[in-house]
Ligand binder design. Structure first.
Ligand SMILES: *[C@@H]1O[C@H](CO)[C@@H](O)[C@H](O)[C@H]1NC(C)=O
Ligand SMILES: *[C@@H]1O[C@H](CO)[C@@H](O)[C@H](O)[C@H]1NC(C)=O
Length: 428
């Protein structure tokens, strides 16, 4: 019986982040210094091609990812972290479009947005969202739930609809269980049921006005699949002393690989079929090197790693793994210099037509990843015995070895570096 080899790396998905906006207590009118008009720089003028724009967007997103990652591992040490920088940034950017004054400035800086002009911000996200709109392996959806009888401000509504490809729907947040059910059902539908119960009903109530959501789902097959028969239990080192046996996939193939002495690590790129997406694994040289690597990654742009990749035969060992992660992001945003949005001094006056004061009451993020094999296996054997005619003194190229048998860091990013997912694996 012939069986096809099919490794389904199903890096699935998802996440989402949600912002709840509540009516803030009455407050004194704020005095904002008017926004300084942005000074056009020569680099602005040059960044006129779409590719340059996406590259700049990606660079800033990667920087935001690294800052975020640093805060998440500090908040949840000894946990397998997985999150979607892109989802978090997208959802926060949607909220930014309704912000004014210092609230807006903090978000522009903290998120690393490309501009402080709402039109340009929206356009930068649109380029990425539109690029994957018809993708069969990556689905990104944005959604806005609005308290019944409330109307969105026109500019906010049109930027979200046209540029963020988002739809708006009215719900009654005072019926909190029902509203949470509606929202969570939408999220499940967007994420192939991998993200459930994103928004607890306890976060909703009579003061809730809007819930903004981004959901992302990815399911891709490796270009080079791992043969299922080659998977066997092998040791994964948790530290110098302890280890666990995990199902280890094995493969020898040509991959892009880099030795990174300055990071005391090596990197491997595993591309996905029918897409410009790949997983980049950064593996410390030492069993206990993850923490030090994470420190160094803070000041190492993603592009600095990918620029060093070269094609080589690589003998790869990679464990099958799954991880799930959930976090409330308020403290993380605060640590990244974005506090005002949660305070009574927040100004989101460009969101709704009604003049109520709004602030963010929670940011929830959940993510899930599953790297595994599914499908069938084929076996056939044919041998070509090939002998060389003259003896060559050129040694055959030595393969590289990439044994992911110790805690590591990974990204799933596009060719241009849009960081869709990031995480680490340190426990099984
Ligand atoms: C928000 O900013 C706008 C424009 O600067 C201002 O008119 C409005 O009073 C502010 N609202 C609050 C609640 O501070
Ligand atoms: C990266 O982000 C940090 C804040 O997290 C910011 O201070 C820094 O300027 C950013 N760097 C670049 C090159 O954008």
């Amino acid at each position: 019986m012939q069986r096809l080899l099919q490794l389904d790396v199903r890096v699935t998905l998802s996440l989402l982040l949600l912002l709840l906006l509540l009516q803030a207590p009455t407050q004194l009118a704020q005095h904002h210094s008017p926004n300084p008009s942005p000074i056009p720089s020569s680099s602005d003028a040059m960044a006129n091609t779409e590719a340059n724009n996406v590259a700049e967007f990606s660079r800033r997103l990667a920087n935001f990812s690294v800052s975020l990652y640093g805060k998440l591992i500090a908040l949840k040490p000894n946990t397998n972290v997985v999150f979607s920088p892109f989802s978090i940034q997208t959802c926060a950017a949607m909220a930014r479009l309704g912000a004014v004054g210092d609230t807006a400035d903090e978000l522009d800086r903290g998120l690393g947005l490309v501009s402080s002009d709402v039109g340009k911000i929206a356009e930068s996200f649109h380029q990425v969202l539109a690029a994957y709109e018809k993708s069969s392996i990556l689905r990104i959806a944005n959604k806005l739930y609005v308290m019944k009888d409330y109307e969105l401000a026109d500019e906010f509504n049109s930027l979200l609809a046209k540029q963020f490809l988002s739809t708006a729907e009215n719900v009654d947040f005072t019926l909190s269980a029902q509203a949470a059910g509606t929202i969570n059902k939408w999220v499940e539908q967007q994420t192939n049921s991998l993200i459930k119960d994103l928004v607890p009903a306890s976060l909703l109530g009579e003061r809730t006005r809007l819930v903004l959501i981004n959901a992302i789902h990815f399911k891709g097959n490796w270009v080079h699949q791992f043969p299922e028969h080659a998977t066997r239990n092998e040791r994964f080192h948790l530290n110098e002393v302890d280890g666990v046996d995990v199902p280890m996939m094995n493969l020898k193939e040509r991959f892009r690989y880099a030795n990174l002495p300055e990071l005391d690590a090596a990197a491997l790129e595993l591309p996905y079929k029918d897409s410009d997406l790949s997983m980049l694994i950064v593996l410390p040289n030492s069993k206990t090197g993850l923490a030090q690597l994470e420190q160094k990654l803070r000041t190492t742009p993603l592009a600095q790693i990918t620029d060093k990749l070269y094609s080589s035969q690589v003998v790869v060992k990679l464990p099958k793994f799954k991880a799930e992660f959930q976090v409330e992001l308020t403290p993380v945003f605060q640590q990244l210099g974005m506090s005002r949005l949660f305070s009574d001094n927040a100004n989101f006056s460009k969101m709704l037509k009604s003049p109520e004061s709004l602030k963010v009451s929670a940011i929830v993020h959940k993510a899930f990843i599953d790297v595994n094999e599914l499908g069938t296996e084929a076996a056939a054997a044919t041998a070509f015995v090939v002998a060389c005619r003259t003896i060559s003194f050129v040694p055959p190229p030595r393969p590289e070895y990439f044994y992911v048998n110790r805690p590591f860091f990974y990204y799933i990013a596009s060719y241009q570096g849009v960081a869709l997912f990031a995480g680490n694996m340190q426990k099984f």
